[in-house]
Design a binder for this molecule. Structure first.
Ligand SMILES: *Cc1c(COP(=O)(O)O)cnc(C)c1O
Length: 364
């Protein structure tokens, strides 16, 4: 590297994270038309946003004016939706931005963050960028959380943050509220990422934040409201953290299009939640169908996706064969997941095509 490029050595040495890509890029890579592809790799909402959002954005006013730095109207609507007062809610450009803000707020060089893989990649990816050290406390073979090992790791490393995901991405399980209660007794702040809670039968723990000074709950409009491309998430924080977060948040992080789209979605939440119910029906349908296939073993899920162990066949090959049929699913080149694939629930007709493709693979 040139001596003039005095960038951080740890970043220069880092390997690149490969996020999911757009339909057009997949289409070009596979030599198929984008409209023909079925994208079931990123837990996106196949129905897209509410039609009211599309109308509202077609007539979007005030693009030349900076957005409300407090996202005041949006936070009021989120307060109605969650039952949490607006003063405890902060919006981010996706839940992803809030993960970064939390790290910025807590982590001094060398401070430890507990991660519980296999789980959402961003906790482990972002921590070193903010000069923290990640301690991985792996989930059990059935992907259940190892609470005793987390307790021991927090004590041993004086960890400041514990990131938990419930329902967990990619395994789909919900963390037992008693386990979260146990972890809240630790001298660390527990961040519970509820990105998929709208798809779960289990109850949210969002109301617990009022009575705890070490619990943060993250949510997103990306999955249930179909706004992944517009980037809106939110967090519910203990009162004492709010003034500190307001100091460090980028003032215009929620752009005018995202702000309006999120507001209109919340006003149309009954309609969007009906679509969520339809996706849950399709997830249950996939669960039954996969269990009948000779080479897939699904894990029970409360999200809009299913993790499956692939038996007697390479999971990467299975991904490639589905891709050639125009169906994109997620394969992870990661410990514990080498023989697994994750498939998002789609619309009924997409699931029909997926099952057809899977059975034709089964019959060779
Ligand atoms: C998709 C996802 C997010 C990202 O949310 P954005 O609001 O789109 O940044 C956060 N957490 C988990 C577990 C996710 O799967």
């Amino acid at each position: 590297m040139s001596h003039k490029l005095r960038i951080r050595r740890d970043i220069a040495a880092m390997s690149a994270y490969t996020p999911t890509t757009s339909l057009d890029v997949f289409a070009e890579r596979l030599g198929l038309a984008a409209e023909k592809l079925i994208k079931l790799d990123a837990n996106e909402n196949p129905f897209g946003p509410s039609p009211q959002v599309i109308d509202a954005l077609a007539n979007l006013p005030n693009m030349h004016v900076y957005p409300d730095p407090e996202s005041g109207r949006l936070r009021e609507l989120l307060a109605d939706y969650t039952g949490v007062p607006a003063k405890r809610i902060l919006c981010g450009a996706g839940a992803d931005e809030l993960i970064e803000l939390i790290l910025q707020l807590f982590i001094e060089p060398g401070d430890v963050v507990i991660n519980t893989p296999p789980t959402f990649a961003m906790y482990g990816f972002d921590t070193p960028l903010y000069h923290g050290s990640v301690i991985d406390v792996y989930r059990g073979l059935d992907f259940s959380l190892d609470v005793a090992a987390i307790e021991a790791a927090v004590q041993e490393h004086r960890a400041k943050l514990v990131f938990l995901c419930s329902p967990n991405n990619p395994s789909g399980d919900v963390i037992d509220p008693n386990d979260i209660r146990r972890l809240l007794a630790l001298p660390a702040t527990v961040v519970v990422d509820e990105a998929y809670i709208e798809f779960a039968e289990a109850e949210s723990i969002i109301s617990w934040v009022a009575a705890r000074d070490n619990l943060i709950v993250l949510r997103t409009m990306s999955k249930w409201a179909g706004l992944a491309g517009l980037r809106v998430g939110y967090g519910v924080f203990p009162d004492a953290l709010m003034p500190q977060l307001w100091k460090i948040k980028q003032p215009y992080n929620i752009n005018v299009a995202a702000d309006l789209a999120a507001q209109v979605s919340l006003q149309d939440s009954a309609y969007l939640l009906e679509r969520v119910r339809q996706l849950v029906v399709q997830r249950k349908r996939l669960e039954t169908a996969f269990a009948e296939l000779p080479y897939l073993s699904p894990y029970p899920s409360q999200a809009n996706f299913l993790l499956n162990r692939v038996i007697g066949m390479s999971a990467a090959d299975l991904r490639d064969r589905l891709a050639r049929a125009g169906i994109i699913v997620r394969y992870y080149e990661k410990p514990r997941l080498f023989d697994h694939i994750r498939i998002s629930a789609g619309k009924k007709e997409q699931v029909d095509r997926l099952l057809e493709a899977l059975w034709s693979i089964a019959w060779g």
